[in-house]
Design a protein around this ligand. Sequence first.
Ligand code: ATP
Ligand code: MG
Length: 364
Amino acid sequence: MKTPRIIPPGSTIGILGGGQLGRMTALAAAQLGYRCQVYSPDEHSIAGDVAAGHVRRAYDDVEALRSFAGQVDVITYEFENVPEAAVATCLEVKPVRPGVKPIHVAQHRLREKQFFAALGIGTAACQPVRSKTELATATLLPGILKTCQEGYDGKGQARVTDRASLAAAWEKLGRCECILEAVVDFQCEVSAIVARGLDGAMRCFPIGLNDHRDGILRTTTVPADLPADVLATAERFGLALARGLDLVGLVALEMFVTRDGTVLANEMAPRPHNSGHWTIDACATSQFEQLVRAICGLPLGPVDVMAPSRMENLIGAEANDWPRYLADPSARLHLYGKASARPGRKMGHVTYVQPAGSCRRSTI
Ligand code: ATP
Ligand code: MG
């Protein structure tokens, strides 16, 4: 059966992956009258908790993937490390948006860097370390050695200062495919989140100013207090990336801003992004609603900032402070319903939204 171009409210969205990004996507989809089915091997899925169903099967279970795809109208993914083969299997049955290409690029740091370069998007200097020969000839020291695949929240990378620490780090990372990046002396980090619709229309959310600690995002502030040309370059890079990927959906591009105002891309994620959580409470359209609109062929929503805001991640035991956030009138609390608050685990977030003041006279 031919899939209609527009997937109207009342249809079912399949989500590969069962974490908080899937959970917030399912909540936004429900608001627009869609149902979601989650596919994830995890015993418990916090996305499945708020969806119509959770298919608990492995990503290499071809029959289960085909059956899942048969029961939904369109499929998306909430993390970029879904095996490419799983996405390809689903694609034989139903549209998967944003598709195979974005994860193919995002799953490999070297490929990703080369893709950025081909689009004219600047990056930190880097060189591959995939063999003893490349290890011996690497020159970008001091630098950061990163595994090409499967790193997240600062895992799978090490700061190295000299040849000895580089060799030790490569051993520790299992002699796998790595890249060595020059350390960027940045003044700040920013991200652009771009939606691209079925018709090729694009919207970039206002650029977020991001603060990372120990490799994990701590806060995002919007509007970002940066010169207009820096913000414009960050947006231009995000739009070029979405177009270059021929994306239908969302892509986030994380960038460094150097002390002289040069914007350098760090990495991308073709899905909703932690640095876009502020949009739920302080933007005309949330990133999750925008994803639903894009993959269902609906018009994209406006991306105006409704109020200055700051999103803070609640990591590990910080989420136990929920009574404090509930008592704060400027704080909007989001808890993900995860069972155990392991150190370093993202348990929720809180967005501080500047009140608009008294609204006695409405212009609406
Ligand atoms: P995440 O899951 O948060 O995206 P990750 O494991 O994919 O993290 P990166 O995004 O590469 O790792 O790096 C995490 C953080 O480490 C960056 O946001 C930045 O603060 C710092 N970092 C990474 N690469 C560099 C670099 N070349 N120079 C300076 N700092 C860097
Ligand atoms: Mg990152």
